[in-house]
Design a protein around this ligand. Structure first.
Ligand code: SF4
Ligand code: SF4
Length: 66
């Protein structure tokens, strides 16, 4: 499973970036979280901690529009 940030929902709290064991999340210039897929290990911790449910599962179909 891959994860992506729904920027419509993200409030930029930074909880996901803090919890990510692989340093794959940063808060971007738009104040929203961004997942670096080259670092992400798909552990799902970010999804667990997000208070607004902004981290969503993404199908692995090559359509990466995150
Ligand atoms: S799934 Fe795990 S490794 Fe990937 S961004 Fe979320 S916390 Fe980090
Ligand atoms: S935990 Fe959720 S709301 Fe907070 S920065 Fe991450 S994606 Fe955005």
């Amino acid at each position: 499973m891959k994860y992506k940030v729904n920027k419509e929902k993200c409030i930029g709290c930074g909880s996901c970036a803090s919890i990510c064991p692989f340093g794959a999340i940063k808060i971007g210039a738009d104040g929203k979280a961004e997942i670096d897929k080259s670092k992400c290990n798909n552990c799902g911790k970010c999804k667990e901690v997000c208070p607004v449910g902004a981290i969503e599962e993404e199908e692995e179909d090559g359509n990466q529009n995150a």
